[in-house]
Design a protein around this ligand. Structure first.
Ligand code: NDP
Length: 293
């Protein structure tokens, strides 16, 4: 039976460390890291995420600046707000909640953010930094996955890692981070031939697909460490819904060495890493050594 990787507890510890670091920055430098979150429109899931981000930002002692814009907002207006935030010395991190309404070009908006304030790590400059091994801001969900993996395994060097999914937000940066830790990385996707066979080779299997319980236990190599990024809402008992991952947890946990549950695995790590990235950005902007790694 696999070890259950408790991302919720790990994230709580990380938030505690962030709060301690924020405290040190205040005492030693009079610096309060600030995170600006921009929400355009009324998407219910986005509203929940933004509320949680704001709440957790304040809980670790940082400043939170929320900008809520109507879903009719035009691109020029949003770019003007980004420009203001780029020049606001109190703001060290800027996050634009995705998805954006159709009239707005998400790429243009993300690439208008000052790369040194791009705490989501989606700006082309940060993508390039990650790809070339230069220091920069790393996307939060893959960063959280790496923290859980290193905590579980220690040295990842030489491991065979398979990432299922190649999105810019999760799959591709995850592959880059695993490569940087000297794994032999395979990125699988919807066109991959023999996906079960590819997965069965993995010492580390990361699922970031968005298909409920798609990966069964017999695709998992015995003893593998399985990181399930997927968040899928499915019908539950008595007309309710419940969350499941991309991995079929009951069958996979019988084979794996360790596995993240959904919920309570990768999910809580994402916001904790966002807070960590904001401290990183605040330190870099003020030429202060970052003490959270
Ligand atoms: P995307 O939809 O952007 O990407 C999904 C990827 O899965 C694509 O690369 C796609 O391949 C691949 N894929 C789809 N179907 C198959 C298949 N049958 N076999 C193999 N590969 C397949 O999703 P995201 O990366 O944004 O998110 C993935 C999951 O992670 C979602 O459930 C999302 O909710 C969750 N998520 C969780 C977060 C967290 O905080 N825990 C944060 C972000 C996402 P192709 O490129 O060929 O189409």
């Amino acid at each position: 039976m696999a070890t259950r990787i408790d991302g919720k507890a790990f994230a709580a510890q990380l938030r505690e460390k962030v709060a301690e670091s924020v405290n040190r920055l205040k005492e030693a430098h009079g610096l309060v890291p600030g995170l600006a979150v921009v929400l355009v429109g009324e998407d219910p899931a986005s509203q929940v995420y933004v509320r949680n981000k704001g709440k957790q930002t304040l809980e670790v002692g940082m400043n939170s600046y929320e900008h809520k814009l109507a879903d009719t907002t035009g691109q020029a207006e949003l770019l003007e707000l980004i420009n203001q935030l780029n020049h606001d010395a109190k703001v060290h991190g800027i996050l634009v909640q995705l998805p954006l309404p159709n009239q707005i070009d998400s790429h243009a908006v993300i690439n208008a953010i000052d790369p040194n304030k791009d705490v989501d790590g989606f700006h082309l400059v940060n993508v390039g930094r990650l790809a070339t091994g230069a220091p920069g801001l790393v996307p939060c969900t893959p960063l959280g996955c790496m923290m859980l993996l290193k905590d579980q395994i220690g040295d990842l060097s030489g491991k065979s890692a398979v990432v299922v999914g190649r999105s810019n937000i999760v799959g591709k940066p995850m592959g880059a981070l695993l490569l940087a830790e000297n794994c032999t990385v395979t990125t699988a996707h919807s066109r991959t031939a023999d996906l079960p066979g590819v997965c069965r080779d993995a010492d580390i299997l990361v699922a970031a697909v968005g298909r409920a319980e798609m990966i069964p236990g017999d695709w998992v190599k015995p003893g593998a460490v399985v990181i399930d990024v997927g968040i899928n809402r499915v019908a539950g008992d008595a007309g309710k819904t419940r969350l499941v991952g991309d991995v079929d947890y009951p069958s996979a946990q019988a084979v794996a060495g360790a596995i993240t549950p959904v919920p309570g695995g990768v999910g809580p790590m994402t916001i904790a890493c966002l807070l960590r990235n904001t401290v990183q950005a605040a330190c870099a902007a003020n030429a202060i050594a970052f003490d959270l790694d």
